[in-house]
Design a binder for this molecule. Sequence first.
Ligand code: ADP
Length: 637
Amino acid sequence: MRKAIPDWLEAAYVQPVELLSADGDSPLASLIARAEAALCLYRYSDARTLATAIAAHPERLDERYRCMLLSLTARLQFAVGRFDDAFRTFDEARNCAEQKPEFPLLALQWATTLERSAHYAEALDYLSSALRTIESSDEVALALIRTGIAKIQVVLGYPQTALETLRYDTIDDFENTFARARLAIAAADAFLAMNDIEQAIELLQGVQSHTNSFLSNERELLLATAYITRNDWDDAGSIAEAVAMRCEEQHLPYHAAHARLLYGQVFAEKTSPYYSPPLAIEHFKRALDHIAPISRSELAGRIYRQIATMYRTIGHHEKALQYLQAYLEHVERLHSPRTMLRIKRTEIEIARQNFEIERAQLREHQHSLESKLRRAEQTVAHVREQMEEQIAYLGTVAHDLKNPIAAIMMSAAIIERYGHKLSKADLDKHVSSIKQTAEWMKELVTGLLDFAALTTGKIKLTIEPVHTALLFDVVIEAYRLKALAKSLTVIKEYSDDDLYVLADSKRLQECLDNLLSNAIKYSPLGRNIYCRIEQHGEMIRLSIRDEGPGLSEEEQRRLFQQFSRARSHDTGKEGGTGLGLSIVQRFVRAMNGTVGCESSIGKGSTFFIELPRAIPPTKNGYRHSEQPAHSAQASKP
Ligand code: ADP
């Protein structure tokens, strides 16, 4: 695995001041290192110039350099307050570096930016993920990340934890002097926070021998802070002044501001022999001048507050208020990017959720529209089929009516013309033929009317417990003669004589009539017909089996459709309307039952009706109150 921080970039962390002053036509790597150094020292305009120079050669940017340039750009955007752009650019950088060895470096850089503007929680997040992904042998990276975390822990009031993060005991094991110095300075910071000033000073003094100018500024500023804490005003003053002057000369705005602040404190503290609020204010204001271009830092806030305190001390309340106001605005500005980011993320999340919801609703709507459309298409197809059948049937009916009418007219004409010459037997034959034909016509017309009434829902049903065996017996008795005429034997197969169903007895009787008359109609002479009653769970099945010609699967499928008549050549001798079974089906459905047929050609047919079982009524009424008679409307198909 590659090091988290490449050597050339390491130089930017180790020797930012030296690197920044290096001239010459630099290759890409050195340009990036110099830009990083400029950023590290808050010299934004230098950093921007260098970044522009890097971006000017996109062809030289491989994936790795592209990530680094993006990271650099993001931090520059952040520095000048373009937070939206900064977060977006950094996201781009992170996407490009994720899962790659560059990730810890990018995380470290972004965390430093966040930490400097007091976004501690986010900074810690990035630093921890960077720590998880680096090699323990990468000493510079390890030191930078650990000190980054420790610094925040000190600020948040956990100096002891900071020392643990730094592995204080193992600092001397580091070979890299920069790493060692950096860790020692961070440890000194923690000791200072724990009020162990001597330990802090000892550590800082130990660092002096091997350090670069960036670290030496950091070290001296901390040392000055330590001296102030123990009221060592001379030492504090001389160090702070020296650092301030040096940094002002070198154009290092952040360190210069920090040094001026510390120097000003030598005049601000009442316990100091140099106590002079006007002088303190002067130094603080100079500090403010340095920090103004990098106003988005913690340090600026501290300076505003100090100036406000000083003005109050000398009774300039107006001015004090003015700086306090500036301090508050600064704090607000400092926190605005975090708040903005949160708001933005929440907005995006809400927008995303809304989008998902809308998409799901649209999809659902589309599905329901599609299924409605499918249903509508099916209905249209069904209606068209029915209409075509009805038109065809009307043709058949007209044809069927025309022949008997012709027969009736012929018989009538014969009687009219030759009536007086005909024998009694011949006369009877003609009259009976007229009667039979008219009977058949009546049956057809009645069926049509019944069917029309059923279709428009005009028939009302009275549902009540019906004794199946008794009802079946009535139907069989009614057809006894017709069966005898064809030498058919009707055999009863009742599994139980006392079964009740919930039905309209009159309509159920009509249905059984229809099935039995069909069985008789389509049975050859001398066969058997079996009438059966049996229980099927909660349903009672009434079936009629014949030994007739049977029906093909296709015929069975069309059986219950209105006007359907099977092969006329088989049943041609038998007059039929083709309405019976479809009327049966509608009645049975209205009584919450089902009707069906089991048959195959040459093997006879079984037609059955299944209806809900009813509890037998007691002598003085119903056994259970839940079984009163109720009415139902025969429904449309
Ligand atoms: P139809 O008045 O023509 O009998 P149905 O609706 O009662 O009208 O019967 C429809 C058709 O089903 C009949 O025309 C006949 O072809 C066939 N069918 C009905 N019952 C039987 C049966 N028991 N055996 C053979 N075919 C039958």
